[in-house]
Design a protein around this ligand. Structure first.
Ligand code: ATP
Ligand code: MG
Length: 225
């Protein structure tokens, strides 16, 4: 996808994730970052899935992309990029950041948005030391993940810029939503109504295949998915 319409020193947020499915926790986090840091837009980037390792719990990239488009379409400041799902296999986040750096130009300030759970894992990412010239990192709070001290020290150690942002606590996760669907429980008010309808219409997450359950995790952005 060609990203167009950049402004000088535009501030753009990149929000990666499996979005399996996208839910209100993602949307609130993105909106809070947009407003608090004065960004002009947020680009949601659903991750690719490895076709050989996944069980049906990890919905097809096509469906996750479509759900992101549906959920973000009412918001003029939100966009969705297929850059990761267009690749033939899962890729490193740093490749995506380089892609946007290239597409948007050196004048644009990039903000990579993560939840507190993911920022905790980032120290293990293979290319984390390459992030610094590419973007700033924004870590939003997430219920049940409270220890930021370690991350701050770690990121200072490798000179990465991390902004921690406290956002309204929404104890919503893709994992819980998928479990509710399997158990026939409601997901009303946890996802936009359009996503609830899409999931019902497509039958997503209802069946779990035995194979692949030991494969990829269902969630985190980043390296080696
Ligand atoms: P799963 O349970 O499948 O991992 P998830 O809810 O964690 O799903 P992801 O697609 O893994 O969703 O998350 C994408 C990004 O959004 C991550 O950086 C994650 O930390 C963040 N995020 C997800 N849910 C919330 C939430 N409720 N509050 C704050 N951040 C969130
Ligand atoms: Mg996750």
């Amino acid at each position: 996808m060609k990203v167009i319409g950049t402004l000088k020193h535009e501030r753009v947020g990149i929000m990666g994730g499996s979005f399996n499915p996208i839910h209100l926790g993602h949307l609130v986090a993105a909106q809070e970052v947009l407003t608090d840091l004065g960004l002009s837009r947020i680009i949601f980037v659903p991750a690719n899935r490895n076709p050989f390792k996944d069980g049906s719990e990890y919905a097809d990239s096509f469906h996750r992309y479509i759900m992101c488009v549906i959920a973000t379409s009412p918001n003029p400041d939100f966009e969705v990029s297929p850059v990761e799902i267009d690749r033939s296999e899962p890729s490193y986040t740093v490749e995506t950041l380089k892609y946007f750096r290239n597409e948007l130009g050196g004048e644009t300030d990039l903000y990579f948005i993560t939840g507190a759970d993911v920022v905790r894992e980032m120290k293990k990412w293979k290319h984390i030391r390459e992030f610094s010239p590419l973007c700033k990192i924004v870590a939003v709070t997430r219920p049940h993940v409270d220890n930021y001290r370690e991350e701050v020290e770690f990121f200072e150690g490798i000179e990465l810029s991390v902004t921690f942002l406290r956002i309204p606590a929404l104890s919503i996760s893709g994992d819980d939503i998928r479990q509710r669907i399997r158990e026939g429980r409601s997901i009303k008010y946890l996802v936009p109504e359009s996503i609830e309808l899409y999931i019902r219409k497509t039958g997503l997450y209802k069946r779990i295949q035995d194979e692949g359950q030991n494969g990829l995790t269902t969630g985190n952005v980043g390296d080696v998915q």
